[in-house]
Every structure is written in structure tokens, then in C-alpha cells.
Design a protein around this ligand. Structure first.
Ligand code: ATP
Ligand code: MG
Ligand code: MG
Ligand code: MG
Length: 564
């Protein structure tokens, strides 16, 4: 590839909306251009990186027994109604109508589609286990699309679904994926940690998030400082472990003025606009202000966040102070221990205009709605509920816990019979008995992984791509393009490197060398080969390593072997 024909428009300045470094650098280095909030053009350099990440993912999915397929982005509402998610998924689901006024959604995830496919095609135990995956665009109308490719509304995801005969089979599939993910993120050159995560209201299920460690990460992760101990969890999960195992104390719902007025599940489901079968148990409390509290227990989709969506609430996270400031008059919801911190933020800020918050612990039966600061709780109610912090003893080995920020690049999840049961995906076993298929789902954000790599690998001059996912391995820079001996030598090495399989850019632009060096650093080619008059005279080129800045003088006949 010659720089004169490469569409990699570099910029001196990042756009004002680019808050974090990966967003700034990917725009400045000519990888992405914004089309709408959370929607981007992926320019040629991005495509090369994405293809490499996807190739690594494909190899590891295939090695683990996965089969690739492709499912539609446009999904009929009926499937989502059947699974019960049409009403509970909330505003994150992009909905559209066809010319006959039929409802559709743009797939944010594919459990419904794939479960119904497998339901139709699998009938016998002999066809299981089955691991099916795709790499495809996903659509989520995120409340705050931001951070460039890290939180888009259109993004690329690899999603795999496992189908097994029973829980033991699922355990095997889950471990296969867990190990495959570990290999994938290693091969991508990333520093990451698998952490125990919270599986939501359904409880008991295993789930791990794969976190790329970076200061800009939206999630807080606690991990054990003892290198031999593997304990690591996101803060929500860690708080649960502490409550359950260390303090042996249930998380109590915040105290409310109780004038209990029990309602039926049907009344509550109407109130929350959730299908009755999604609600396992509810109690609403009312007082003279109306409903002040709801204790709701639902299945996985009726966890905090989905519940908040159903209630039309905003969600606050740890970085939520700005949301609070902006949210005057709106109902605000909080989820889990994070939510408790959110309440503290409100109390601290004395945002009197805020009414009708949702608060609760990160578990079933511990959610309350229409909570009003000052009226329904005071700050001292918070004293017995606290976040687990770095410095406290590890629940596994007792060593000191450390905290880091992380970007969730992947998640593995044991679904059990959640979708197969409700959609009726069954198989018959050796005795002809009909049984429900047991499922797992496993996602990797491909575009997010690319941005996370930049977040973790950069310096003040630009991106430093890990070699395995770099758009090109090497850039050749002739210092003076008017000197034909330099150009000829650059062309010769360029040809030789490509024949040797080294993906190379020849910067043949009639620019000053300084401009080319700056662009090379910004784009982040792992190696730079400089060809000046000395190279021609002394028959050796200067090879510079982007990451360390080290320079080597390499004799012409050894260039391929050094660069490769
Ligand atoms: P988050 O907690 O960041 O909202 P999620 O838990 O909702 O992510 P999953 O449903 O687990 O995401 O999807 C699997 C993977 O898809 C995530 O681990 C992440 O890498 C990626 N992903 C999810 N949402 C987005 C997004 N808006 N933009 C880019 N990648 C995303
Ligand atoms: Mg999400
Ligand atoms: Mg998540
Ligand atoms: Mg997730």
C-alpha cells in the first residue's frame, strides 16, 4: 500500500466530543469518521484491524468446536414477544415497522433468533452439543453513546451460543469459551482480567466479564493483590460476596414509610408494563404520596437496569454525578450497591428537585421505586451499607484487594433454560424423553476490543498497535522523495517486504520527512524504516521500534529477517 493511495486522513486536532484517548486518536489517525451519535464509518485502516481481530476470534472459536453462521439483523417482534423481551428490553431496542405496519427490531443480541432456529432443526440428543456463532453488526440505542467505538449504537460483536443436553454439558461449553476468550485477548496483545460478574436477579448462574484494564474504563474491578490468588470481580459482584460470605448479612432494602398495600402480580405488571410471567413476586408500598416503594423479583431481564428502563428511569452509574446534575425533575434510578453510592451522591449534592428515584440492592426483592431523598431516607441509613474497597481483605485468600478500572470487552454467561424453556427448544434423549436444551451465550465486542487496544497502547505521539492486530506491520519512509536513489531503494525494499509477507506501507507522499514521521507515530505502525542518503551510501537502513523508540541500523540484505 502506498500512502499516496491510502485513505487515512490524519488530523492535527481531535473533535471536541472526543473525551477519551482512543476516540481522539482513532479520529486523528484517520481510522474512523462519525456519521451520527454512536455510528461511524470504518475507514480502510480500521477494516484491516477489525479483520485481524475477527480472524483471531474465528480461529479460536473454530478450535473450540464453534461453527460460524449468520443471522439477520432485522428481527420480527413476534419472537421478542414470545420470549417476553419485547416489553422489558426498553428504549435500548431499536424498533421499526415495515410497510404493512408490522413491528421489527434491529438485533441487539440474538438469543431469540438462534433459539428458534435450533428449536426447528435440533430434535435429538445426537445433535448436541452445538456451538454456533456469528460476527455481525449489533444495534443498541444506548442512552449515552460515547467514547467513539467503545460505546456505539451500531457496533460489531461476535456472539456464540452453546446448546447442551444438561448443566454438566453447559459447564464444559462454558469452560471452552472461557479458555478461548483468554487466548483471544492474549493473542490481541491486551492486558486483561476475567472477573466474576453479577448475573442479575436470576441468581446462581455463572458469568464472567473480560476486562481490558485501562484508567478510562467505565467499570471498577477488584482483584486480589496476591499473584497466586485468582480472585477478581466487578464491584457489584464483590459487594455481594462480602455481604453474603463475610458479613453474613442480607442487603436490606432502604427503609421506607410502610403503608403496605399489596397488589396483585397482574396489577404490578400493568404498572410496570412487564408481562406477568416475568415477575416472580412483587410488593408495592403506598403512602399519601402514592407508590413509594416496589419490591420486585423477576427473571434476568427484570433486573435493576431493565426494571429502571421499564419505569422510564435514567440509570446512574459510578460516574453519575453529571447525570444527577442534568436530570432535574426526571425520575432517576439506581442499581445495586452502585445505586447506593448514587443515592449518596444525590444526598451530597442536595438535589432537591430529584423525585421518585429507584433504589435497591443488587438482588431480588430489594428494589424500591419512587424514593425521595429526605422524605424516604436520610443519609445515615447508608452507614451499614457500603462499597467494598481496595485495601480490604480478599474473600478468597485474605490478601489485600486492589482496584483497577476496566473496559468490558467480552462476557460469558450461563443462560440455562431461560430462552429454550419459554420458546420451547427441546430434544429427546436416549429414552425418547423430551428435555429442554440448556444454553449459554458468549459475546465479544470486536469494535470495542479495537478501541480498548488503543486505550491501553498509546503515548503522546499516537497509537502503538500490538503487532498481531496492527493495520500494517511496517512503514517505509524515504526522507527525500526528490532523490531518486532513495526512492528506488525504498521501492526495492517495499517489494521485497511484501513478497516476504510483511504488510508494508510506502510513504511516497511528497511531504517533509518530519510530517511523515509524525503520521507514522500517530497511526502506530509497529516498525518504521527510514531511507535517507546515508542508507543509500552505506547500504543500511534505520529501523525504529514504535513502542520503545529503539533504533537499529540494519544492512540491506537483512531487512526482511529483522522486520519479520
Ligand atoms: P456494557 O456493560 O458496556 O453496556 P453489555 O454488558 O451490555 O456492555 P453484552 O450484552 O455483554 O454487553 O455484549 C457483549 C459484548 O458486546 C460486550 O462485552 C462489549 O464488548 C460489546 N458491547 C456491548 N455494548 C456495546 C456498545 N454499545 N458498543 C460497543 N460494544 C459493545
Ligand atoms: Mg449494555
Ligand atoms: Mg456489561
Ligand atoms: Mg456484558
Amino acid at each position: 500500500m502506498r500512502a499516496t493511495s491510502l485513505l487515512a486522513p490524519t488530523l492535527r486536532e481531535a473533535p471536541a466530543e472526543a473525551e477519551i484517548i482512543s476516540h481522539q486518536l482513532l479520529v486523528r489517525a484517520g481510522f474512523i469518521r462519525r456519521v451520527a451519535a454512536g455510528v461511524y464509518n470504518y475507514l480502510p485502516l480500521t477494516m484491516r484491524v477489525l479483520k485481524k481481530i475477527e480472524q483471531i476470534i474465528r480461529e479460536e472459536m473454530d478450535a473450540a468446536g464453534g461453527q460460524e453462521l449468520l443471522m439477520p439483523i432485522i428481527q420480527p417482534a413476534e419472537l421478542w414477544q414470545d420470549s417476553g423481551r419485547w416489553n422489558v428490553y426498553g428504549p435500548e431496542l431499536f424498533r421499526l415497522k415495515d410497510r404493512h405496519d408490522r413491528d421489527f427490531a434491529l438485533g441487539p443480541t440474538h438469543e431469540e433468533i438462534i433459539t428458534s432456529l435450533v428449536k426447528g432443526e435440533v430434535s435429538s440428543y445426537k445433535q448436541l452439543p452445538l456451538l454456533l456463532y456469528q460476527i455481525q453488526n449489533k444495534y443498541r440505542d444506548e442512552r449515552r453513546p460515547r467514547f467513539g467505538l467503545l460505546r456505539g449504537r451500531e457496533f460489531i460483536m461476535k456472539d456464540l451460543y452453546s446448546f447442551d443436553r444438561d448443566q454438566e454439558g453447559l459447564d464444559v461449553s462454558y469452560m471452552k469459551m472461557y479458555h478461548a476468550y483468554t487466548k483471544i485477548f492474549k493473542r490481541c496483545g491486551l492486558t486483561f482480567r476475567p472477573v466474576e460478574a453479577d448475573s442479575g436477579a436470576i441468581g446462581g448462574s455463572d458469568t464472567h466479564e473480560f476486562m481490558v484494564l485501562a484508567d478510562s474504563g467505565e467499570a471498577a474491578v477488584l482483584f486480589c493483590g496476591n499473584e497466586d490468588c485468582e480472585y477478581a470481580a466487578n464491584v457489584e459482584k464483590a459487594a455481594q460476596v462480602f455481604k453474603n460470605e463475610k458479613e453474613k448479612e442480607e442487603l436490606k432494602p432502604l427503609s421506607v414509610k410502610e403503608t403496605p398495600n399489596m397488589r396483585t402480580v397482574e396489577q404490578v405488571s400493568t404498572f410496570l408494563n412487564i408481562k406477568p410471567q416475568k415477575i416472580i413476586k412483587t410488593i408495592l408500598y403506598e403512602n399519601e404520596h402514592g407508590v413509594v416503594a416496589a419490591l420486585v423479583r423477576g427473571d434476568r431481564e427484570v433486573n435493576e437496569i431493565k426494571l429502571l428502563n421499564a419505569l422510564g428511569c435514567l440509570r446512574l452509574d459510578l460516574a453519575g454525578e453529571n447525570t444527577v446534575k442534568k436530570a432535574t425533575g426526571a425520575a432517576v434510578g439506581f442499581a445495586g450497591p452502585v445505586g447506593l453510592k448514587g443515592i449518596k451522591i444525590i444526598a451530597d449534592l442536595e438535589v432537591a428537585a430529584l423525585v421518585n428515584a429507584v433504589a435497591g440492592a443488587n438482588k431480588g426483592d430489594a428494589h424500591i421505586i419512587n424514593v425521595n431523598p429526605g422524605r424516604d431516607f436520610t443519609i445515615d441509613l447508608l452507614t451499614d451499607i457500603r462499597m467494598v474497597q481496595a485495601g480490604e481483605p480478599c474473600p478468597s485468600c485474605g490478601s489485600e484487594l486492589k482496584e483497577a478500572r476496566g473496559i468490558e470487552v467480552g462476557q460469558v454467561f450461563k443462560l440455562g433454560d431461560k430462552y429454550s424453556k419459554i420458546l420451547g427448544a427441546t430434544y429427546s434423549d436416549e429414552n425418547g424423553t423430551s428435555k429442554t436444551i440448556i444454553m449459554g451465550c458468549y459475546g465479544i465486542g470486536v469494535t470495542r476490543t479495537m478501541a480498548a487496544a488503543v486505550e491501553q497502547n498509546h503515548d503522546q505521539d499516537g497509537i502503538i498497535w500490538p503487532a498481531s492486530i496492527a493495520p500494517f506491520h511496517t512503514v517505509i519512509i524515504p526522507v527525500n522523495t526528490r532523490d531518486s536513489s532513495q526512492v528506488d531503494l525504498a521501492e526495492e525494499i517495499y517489494g521485497r517486504l511484501w513478497s516476504g509477507g510483511v504488510e508494508t506501507v510506502l510513504d511516497d507522499r511528497a511531504e517533509r520527512a518530519g510530517v511523515k514521521f509524525k503520521d507514522a507515530d500517530l497511526i502506530g505502525y509497529p516498525l518504521r524504516i527510514t531511507i535517507g542518503s546515508k542508507a543509500v551510501a552505506e547500504k543500511q537502513v534505520e529501523v525504529r521500534v514504535r513502542k520503545t523508540g529503539e533504533m537499529y541500523l540494519v544492512p540491506l540484505d537483512q531487512v526482511e529477517s529483522v522486520v519479520r
